[in-house]
Design a protein around this ligand. Sequence first.
Ligand code: GLP
Length: 266
Amino acid sequence: MEIIILPTAVEVGRMAAAKIASVVSRKPSAVIGLATGSSPQDIYADLARRVQGGEISFAQARGFALDEYVGIPLEHPESYASVIARDVVGPLGFDPARVRVPDGRAADLEFAAKEYDAAIRAAGGIDVQILGIGANGHIGFNEPTSSFASRTRIKTLAPATRAANARFFDSVEEVPMHCMTQGLGTILEARELVLVAQGEGKATAVAGAVEGPVSSFVPGSALQLHEHATVIVDEAAAAQLQLADYYRHVFANKPAWQRFDATPAR
Ligand code: GLP
């Protein structure tokens, strides 16, 4: 696992965006795993600037969202279908027909979840998966004790997650109780994982994911099982990393051939 610690949240977004941009530059038809929430917003903002500058294009790319609430109307501004359309598909210039979000409104949710995994496989698998992490260590909506073998399925949100996401709704009661999320097994099949975290509220989760024992108690620790995972965090989110100085040392001494261009788009 590579751990990159940067001074600010904006630099975290820029660095992660550079990684995504390098994948899409190499493979314009790349399949991108799309996270929602606050964490990836700076990534999408930087990618949108790169698209506007003509550096990259998502016109041929495909996208699969990580998760969706169950039972939320499609047109609700906080359905992940709405969020992905507003924050990702539009600004990055994806073809809307090539981007999918789990169907939290399906009559047969179990079938819809299985079909979603099958659609990811049929698309050739995810080339690079963008991830945030919840304060309780969840990735996607895989709450603590989710199986590392889990596939896309229905989960019950932890009270802490509903409370954290209440900021997007008028009250915590309005946050749906259930969700459909890619499983940890699904996420681990992506060819590359890029997890970003910002702020001191994520410091415990980041330390657990990066340095803690591999345990379903901290779903983010599943990244330790992946051969190509990068964790990009700001100083506040890095505050509880025991080997922070070592990660800085490694990054400062990265061989030239391993570097990628994180130059901010103009
Ligand atoms: C949310 C999402 C996750 C996200 C995580 C952290 O509820 N389902 O995909 O990574 O929890 O959220 P945020 O980035 O808003 O802190």
